[in-house]
Design a protein around this ligand. Sequence first.
Ligand SMILES: Cc1cc2nc3c(=O)[nH]c(=O)nc-3n(C[C@H](O)[C@H](O)[C@H](O)COP(=O)(O)OP(=O)(O)OC[C@H]3O[C@@H](n4cnc5c(N)ncnc54)[C@H](O)[C@@H]3O)c2cc1C
Length: 391
Amino acid sequence: MKPLGPVVGESLAERVRAAVAVAAEHAETVDRDGRFPAEAVQAMRAGRLLGVAVPPEHGGEGASLAELASICSSLGAACASAGMVFAMHQINMANLIDCGLESAWCRELLQRAVADQLLFASATTEAGVGGDLRQSICAVECDGQRFTLAKTAPVISYGEQADAIFATARRDPDAPSSDQVLVVLMADACQLERFTTWDALGMRGTCSHGYRLKGEGEAGQILPKPFADIAAESMVAISHLLWSSVWAGVAGDAVARAQALVTAEAKKQPGALPPSAPKLAEAFTRLRMIEGTIAECLARWEEARANPGASSLSLALAMNALKVAVSTTALEVVDACLMIAGLQGYKNGGPFSLGRHLRDIHSARLMIGNDRILASAGQLLLVQRKPARKA
Ligand SMILES: Cc1cc2nc3c(=O)[nH]c(=O)nc-3n(C[C@H](O)[C@H](O)[C@H](O)COP(=O)(O)OP(=O)(O)OC[C@H]3O[C@@H](n4cnc5c(N)ncnc54)[C@H](O)[C@@H]3O)c2cc1C
């Protein structure tokens, strides 16, 4: 177990602010050195943020998805890598909360996750199937109450820092590629042999190296719900909402930097509107559209949770549209901010620098490729009985 500092503040907002400040302080070196945002994650642990979504009866605070999204956005504005680590961790935590409460092993893990502020990573991407979440080549091999799993994973973010890795796999060696389960592999019972190094354009602090992953455990570590249901009922929606919130944070910080620059220009020439002010207003307008779309989708998510019988097709369409729209628009917003800031944005370092934001936000369209998402959304639209006026 990693040593924890004291809880930094009383309220969730205060604890988030403390972690965000640490993330911002180290964002430049995390990016430059392509290293894990260790200080930010330690601050999340100190503020008990890693287990914040766990229901109170299991030791957590029962934070809502909207609260998690807000934390993702604040962290993303400070350091996109730290924000994405938090988002990816919470997606796995949500899987455990949603599907693991039936299993004694999972319930115990949930309590440990809060007590020890465990960090969860995921291995869904696989060599041979790429970003197709719903296909696996590797398979769980059971022997009595024990299992083993070997997976070639081209990317596992912060795999070496995680306390557990959630991996998709075929249910057994005879199962078809889409008959998957989600398996929790504990760090002390799995080996990671690194075969590629994450020296990427952006999101450099996620340390998403490629690994040959081998793990073992007991049957209770295989989440009881089929992965098809986990993905359709919650994981895809939660992923798209939390990723989008991180990207909104990145775009928001870019707009704030551009605004600070234009404001400084305005002060030099009182009474004259700086020429870039209308462009700034345009970038701000797009940012508001991003934030509005996320808020609307969060409300839809809550509505769907309250009405489990309602159309899952329309929710899936909304969440796919969210991911594609935010990943595309956030990039446009950051790019527009670069045009507003000019060379001061182009140069590395300094309060108006936007290089890190631009490089980080380029990952958004790839993180499950938008082409893939549009292909699956296109299929859904063709089978939807009611037209997609309000999909
Ligand atoms: C910062 C970051 C962190 C990540 N962390 C993790 C992690 O922790 N764990 C994890 O498992 N994964 C992780 N990923 C991987 C991610 O979720 C995707 O799986 C990955 O980005 C897809 O990689 P790809 O583009 O090479 O592969 P593919 O999805 O195979 O796509 C390759 C190309 O083919 C096109 N394509 C493929 N299929 C279709 C189709 N059906 N229709 C249209 N076009 C198609 C795509 O548009 C793309 O151009 C991370 C990615 C990023 C950027």
